[in-house]
Design a protein around this ligand. Sequence first.
Ligand SMILES: Nc1nc2c(ncn2[C@@H]2O[C@H](COP(=O)(O)OP(=O)(O)OP(=O)(O)O)[C@@H](O)[C@H]2O)c(=O)[nH]1
Ligand SMILES: [Mg+2]
Length: 299
Amino acid sequence: MKSGFVGIIGRPNVGKSTLLNAILGEKIAITTEKPQTTRNIIRGIYTHYGEEDGEDDVQIVFIDTPGIHKPRNKLGEYMTESAIATFGEVDAIIFIVDDALSKGPGDKYILQLLKETDTPKILVINKIDRIGPDAFAEIYREYEETGAFDTILGTAAIDGTNVDDVIKAAAGYMEEGPMFFPDDIVTENPARFIVSEIIREKILLYLQDEVPHGVAVEIEQYEEEDDLTRIGAVIYCERKSHKGMIIGKGGRKLKGIGKSARQEIEALLGTKVFLETWVKVRENWRDSDIALTNFGYRD
Ligand SMILES: Nc1nc2c(ncn2[C@@H]2O[C@H](COP(=O)(O)OP(=O)(O)OP(=O)(O)O)[C@@H](O)[C@H]2O)c(=O)[nH]1
Ligand SMILES: [Mg+2]
């Protein structure tokens, strides 16, 4: 069997988590139109037996990372540092972009970092459903000229276009090795982590500006009964005014968040779900070492 690890890195919002989910054919990472959605390293396990297509048996552990950005608080520092730390721990790196290199400083900064590592690099130009052919050719040419990439591909992770090519390119860098995980799991993350992320995803969808970025979700109760899961979640925010916005007039906002989270959690777990939520204020937790550790944003 061939096996190994592949890091998925890039600026916030380019489609890293969408690509991970598309590779696995399952949603294990939340995705939203807001930058800095992903806060933790998320490993997705892709196992393929070659008997059907004559290829090698392969297990690739794809590692979704937080978007690399200029941090404004300790949470941002943790996110960016943990993404960069994967460079040296993987057998290949997928660098995702959705725009030209000359368009902004973010991709240039990441490219500089990438040039300092020997790990093989695949460039994925994502969102080709939205990028016209001329713009695509321009992005391709700019990155080809850097000489930093062994492979350059275009994808639309959102509808799975060319995702197979990404898997094939990644498989090309895998070497004879052990099976790291059983073939029937796609993630090691416990259900309660995914549940807390689904709640956070709905908060990102329902709220604007800085409010959702200052939110952390902690699962305080998780009890599985026959065909019912009882979940109690605390939503922490950074200000009293934010608490009011999360709850909304007459509690309507929080009710909406809870309902859409519950529906998705029910589909994930295959049970009925009783979801209770509380909103609490923890001022400036994004700059508190203790809070970051409690919320799982530090090792
Ligand atoms: N049109 C289009 N949109 C896409 C594509 N891939 C992802 N998106 C959208 O881009 C947005 C960001 O996607 P994510 O997967 O959350 O991006 P990310 O890189 O993981 O972002 P962070 O976790 O914030 O770093 C979402 O609204 C996705 O639906 C694509 O191929 N085409
Ligand atoms: Mg993400």
